[in-house]
Design a protein. Sequence first.
Length: 80
Amino acid sequence: MKRPKDADILFEKGWEEINKKIKKLRADLELAERKNMGDQTKLVIKQQLVSLEKMISEYESKWLEFEQNLRELKKRIGLK
């Protein structure tokens, strides 16, 4: 079963946004380390990373719920 094109586009945009945020955090951390900016800067980066992790966990949870609903529907209509 193919996903609608809009779903593919939204999925790709979501992951592109996550990847951009991770690259920015990595660059910020590298800059902080090079400039010896200290623990406060690293703490802010850590907090942003934890926030990003939570967002990804929410996406994962929603995706797992979607897959469960899809499996149940397929089973009800006789698809495997």
